[in-house]
Design a protein around this ligand. Structure first.
Ligand SMILES: Nc1ncnc2c1ncn2[C@@H]1O[C@H](COP(=O)(O)OP(=O)(O)OP(=O)(O)O)[C@@H](O)[C@H]1O
Ligand SMILES: [Mg+2]
Length: 268
């Protein structure tokens, strides 16, 4: 019995050393699973609201009328994920420019600000990483350094000044994207991120399905997928082909982005 306890405490010590985040279950009500996260080593970068607005990140300001559509999206996505005990979601689209990165970031912020869950957004569009740019993060160490130079994960994660949001940015395009996304290192990173916190949702911002095979190669590693299509840009044939490619996945929904109607920009 003592040996088991010792092994557990060793594993716990190792886990907290590997990551910059340490979590403590809230004291008191044992039913309350809210985790209190302290960022002891993770870089904290304050976000600039103007920059976010310019990049269509509307959920940072909960009063922004455009954030309502994302609240609905968040509720629907989380309800399906909770029902199935899913923690990881990939966001992709048929062709480029449909708004995947904008939707991924708004969803992550909406989860972190409006729920008791923590959200981690990982920039897994290795060819065209944009998460850091849209958030206005400095061009600093990132996923590239973790993958290519064995940098510690805690040195590349960023907390953008919100208690329940963590970003895994990428600032340098990575060659051999599909091979990298299916490599042992990425597999173990995904498992690690997934198993670290009970109430964390991990959002992977992916490249489009039809430009290359990166997205479809990576998707088997996640629990579910959200497809973003662009009104007036994505063709019915592209939607059909994307659904065909995703038929063996758990597709939680399709977001119609860039809709021109006056009232709503986003539909679920
Ligand atoms: N609802 C919207 N209405 C108008 N423009 C939008 C909307 N959503 C996103 N955009 C704009 O479309 C462009 C592409 O958005 P974004 O980078 O999120 O797309 P993406 O699908 O991630 O692109 P890529 O395939 O290059 O990764 C950006 O300039 C963004 O501001
Ligand atoms: Mg993108």
């Amino acid at each position: 019995m003592e040996r088991i306890k010792e092994a557990i405490s060793k594993a716990r010590a190792k886990q907290s050393k590997q990551t910059s985040l340490s979590s403590r279950a809230k004291l008191g009500n044992q039913a309350d699973e809210t985790e209190k996260i302290t960022y002891d080593q993770t870089k904290v970068v304050k976000l600039d609201t103007k920059h976010l607005e310019q990049n269509r990140i509307v959920t940072f300001d909960s009063e922004d009328p455009d954030s309502v559509a994302f609240d609905i999206l968040r509720t629907q996505v989380l309800s399906k994920m909770e029902e199935n005990n899913w923690k990881t979601i990939a966001i992709t689209s048929p062709s480029p420019d449909c708004g995947k990165t904008v939707v991924s970031l708004n969803l992550a912020l909406s989860i972190a600000k409006q729920t008791e869950k923590t959200a981690l957004i990982a920039d897994f569009d290795l060819r065209k990483p944009r998460v850091a740019n849209y958030l206005g993060l400095p061009q600093d160490k990132s996923l590239y350094d973790f993958l290519e130079h064995d940098m510690e994960l805690n040195q590349v994660l960023v907390n953008p000044g919100l208690p329940r949001l963590v970003v895994l940015p990428n600032t340098v395009p990575i060659r051999n994207a599909a091979e990298t996304l299916t490599s042992r290192k990425v597999r173990s990173l995904v498992e690690d991120l997934k198993n670290r916190y009970e109430s964390r949702i991990i959002i992977f911002d992916l490249p489009p399905l039809m430009a290359a095979d990166d997205a479809i190669a990576f998707i088997p590693q996640v629990d579910c997928v959200l497809l973003v299509v662009a009104s007036g840009e994505t063709t019915p044939a592209e939607v059909k082909e994307s659904r065909r490619q995703l038929q063996s996945c758990n597709l939680v929904g399709v977001v119609l982005n860039k809709a021109t109607e006056q009232l709503k920009h986003y539909y679920y």
